[in-house]
Design a protein around this ligand. Structure first.
Ligand SMILES: Nc1nc2c(c(=O)[nH]1)N[C@H]1C(S)=C(S)[C@@H](COP(=O)(O)OP(=O)(O)OC[C@H]3O[C@@H](n4cnc5c(N)ncnc54)[C@H](O)[C@@H]3O)O[C@H]1N2
Ligand code: MOO
Length: 644
């Protein structure tokens, strides 16, 4: 058994090159004959020759009369010629065969008069005018389609026209997908603690289709050496390539390495990429077998950067290079020197430049891929990238899609999700809102740095005991505006029935608290209230434990991981928790004043002024919308007066 705890750390490009050179001579692809109706998107393995010309007889290209050109030569406006039906002409429609004795067609529009089997013409017909001659399109026995041609709809049309029935193509490239793990259950089974709902195989299936392979899904196999080996052997027999998911690392039940080592050969175990480092590249009977890490984002990185180029090469197809744009990084990213790191980012198009904001980094967060607009690669041997640096972003979404997105960086509230959904609905999917939750203070700074269209904020100023405006006056020098959004109730969220009988901030001592992240308005409010009560942060057990949304905080309390946290009523309500109101606060949208003129903000204002939006928010509970939609302009620019 494999006991080496240290994986290799092979750079991605080097690993790919090495692996491809091992696979180079492995196999030639099999071919098959298929009906042309089935041939769309397949690749011809041999040239296709026409069996019939098209058209296979001379035919009229226009509606009109077929004539003998000779008998029209002397026609002109002074010499009108009369032609007799049957002798000098026959009527033809577009596509009709031209009888042998005729050699030109006069369009119906060029006929002066037509009655009683006679037509009068005033200009000559040039020989073969308006006739599609035999073989104009395809000539029998000529090459119609070369080898290695991707069959497109027009190719199918041409082949039908040339009377081709079957064509020789490369067989579909079957990729076997084996999910492994005793903890995995299918989506129909009710999950218990310890179960993981299996979904990676469907992620792989879609990606393989995207790469133009044929995915073959195998059943989940428990972590059992013999059972996984059995499944691998079967898949190797039936497929051209096999992906074993999970068990790539060094846990007690990670068998992929040992199995490949026993029945084939491991070329590489461990790539210098993060996530995705424990990937295993090997072959069995000349067929590639790849051990893909279990975490979905790690798996996705290995699929996109290793499986895709290999598969495309093996099916003789080009690898399209990702579309790259340049963006300014809104937040510093740290990275390990040992690995090339793949950082998912959201993109915004603000003041005619792209801004990239890094999102969740955990390898287990499939939603980071759902939300990501692009990926930044931080090269190996680099500690990180500074805020403001221009970075290359590989796009995961359409550029237009990104340009039609309103960027919101700041505090979290469920109301922002409703705005997003209503924006999408009212624009029929064209405009959306993308929210990054970094807290109110960072949101305000994002507006200052022109990195966001809007920032939802609720910043409580302890001196004036008022919201937002004192902070803006202190930190922002430019003209900005506030769109009033909601007044919402903040309070303490506790388990149903309030088992610890929490009534106020004073009761937070001696329970397990759960906090919001630094810079969030809720955290600032808590700190103020603690200070007012003379309670030290160190007295609050759990003060250091941070969640970045009201929803995740409430969920942790519902799950019993904490006894109390501060948040909005709506989050408590959604999870059926109890709520002790503490205060009402102003949750507003901050933006640069010049943004008010943009279509982005006009559509946003339309949405928040709609009744349907207000009804939805009210139904959540804990919100007051008396001022919703009001705009306050805050002139901040200091007028400089020049004297002589
Ligand atoms: N002691 C060490 N532990 C780990 C290391 C390490 O170097 N030393 N590496 C970590 C890294 S990095 C990764 S990535 C993972 C890779 O783990 P495995 O490939 O062995 O996968 P598992 O541990 O079995 O699974 C990880 C995770 O993913 C879930 N999973 C697995 N398959 C599926 C599926 N088909 N659908 C959905 N989710 C799936 C699985 O339940 C686990 O939660 O190892 C680290 N550990
Ligand atoms: O390599 Mo793991 O994939 O870093 O999470």
């Amino acid at each position: 058994m494999y006991m080496n705890k240290y994986l290799s750390n092979v750079p991605l490009e080097e690993g790919l090159e090495k692996y491809l050179s091992v696979l180079k001579n492995s196999r030639v692809r099999d071919t098959e004959y298929i009906d042309i109706e089935e041939s769309l998107n397949r690749m011809s393995s041999d040239a296709v020759y026409a069996k019939l010309s098209s058209p296979f007889y001379n035919c009229s290209a226009m509606d009109g009369v077929a004539v003998k050109s000779k008998s029209t030569f002397f026609a002109n406006e002074q010499n009108i010629i009369t032609l007799i039906e049957g002798k000098d002409y026959v009527e033809v429609d577009t596509g009709d065969p031209i009888p042998k004795q005729f050699d030109a067609v006069i369009m119906i529009e060029d006929i002066l008069e037509k009655d009683n089997n006679k037509v009068k013409i005033y200009k000559p017909a040039i020989p073969w005018q308006h006739i599609r001659c035999l073989g104009e399109d395809i000539v029998e026995k000529e090459m119609l389609i070369p080898s290695f041609h991707n069959i497109k709809p027009q190719d199918v049309g041409a082949m039908i026209s040339a009377r081709i029935d079957k064509i020789q193509v490369f067989k579909e490239f079957k990729v076997g997908i084996i999910p492994t793990g005793t903890e995995l259950i299918d989506r129909y089974t009710d999950p218990k603690i310890g179960d993981i709902i299996e979904f990676n195989s469907r992620l792989f299936e879609g990606l393989i289709l995207d790469y133009e392979g044929k995915p073959i899904l195998y059943p989940i196999v428990e972590d059992n050496y013999e059972k996984i080996k059995h499944s691998v052997l079967q898949a190797i027999k039936e497929c051209d390539m096999v992906l074993v998911n999970a068990g790539s690392s060094q846990g007690r039940e990670d068998y992929t390495y040992d199995i490949i080592d026993e029945i084939g050969e491991v070329c590489i175990h461990g790539l210098a990429i993060k996530p995705g480092k424990p990937a295993i590249l090997g072959h069995i009977q000349g067929k590639p077998i790849i051990g893909i890490p279990g975490y979905p984002v790690s798996a996705w990185v290995v699929m996109e950067n290793m499986v895709k180029p290999i598969l495309r090469k093996l099916i003789y197809k080009d690898l399209e290079t990702a579309k790259i744009i340049h963006a300014a990084l809104s937040k510093r990213v740290m990275s390990s020197l040992k690995y090339e790191e793949f950082i998912r980012v959201k993109l915004g198009f603000i003041d005619n430049k792209y801004v990239a904001t890094p999102i969740k980094r955990g390898a287990g967060t499939i939603t980071s891929l759902v939300h990501a607009d692009g990926v930044i690669r931080v090269p190996q041997n680099i500690e990180g990238i500074e805020e403001g640096s221009l970075v290359n972003v590989e796009l995961l979404k359409d550029d237009n899609n990104i340009k039609n997105t309103i960027i919101s960086i700041g505090s979290h509230d469920i109301v922002m999700d409703i705005i997003n959904d209503e924006l999408i609905k009212s624009s029929l999917g064209k405009v959306s809102l993308s929210s990054t939750h970094v807290g109110s203070f960072q949101g305000m700074l994002a507006i200052k740095k022109h990195e966001s269209h809007i920032a939802p904020i609720h910043l409580f100023d302890t001196d004036t005991e008022s919201y937002n405006i004192p902070y803006i006056e202190k930190y922002i020098e430019e003209d900005v505006a506030i769109i009033k959004l909601v007044r919402r109730t903040q309070g303490l969220i506790v388990k149903k029935g309030n088992p610890f009988n929490i009534k106020s901030i004073k009761d937070l001592v001696n329970i397990r608290y759960i906090n919001r992240q630094k810079g969030s308005g809720t955290r600032i409010l808590l700190d103020y209230l603690l200070n007012k009560e003379g309670i030290k942060k160190s007295e609050i057990s759990g003060y250091e434990r941070e969640e970045s949304t009201h929803m995740s905080l409430a969920k942790a309390i519902q799950n019993g991981d904490a006894d109390c946290g501060m948040g909005v009523y709506s989050a408590a309500n959604i999870f059926g928790l109890d709520f002790i109101p503490i205060c009402d606060e102003e949750y507003d949208l901050l933006l640069n004043e010049n943004m008010l003129k943009t279509d982005y903000i006009k559509s946003l204002l339309d949405v928040i002024n709609k009744e349907i939006f207000k009804e939805k928010v009210i139904s959540l509970g804990g919100y007051n919308l008396d001022n919703t939609g009001k705009v306050i302009k805050l002139k901040r620019k200091v007028k400089v007066e020049y004297s002589n």
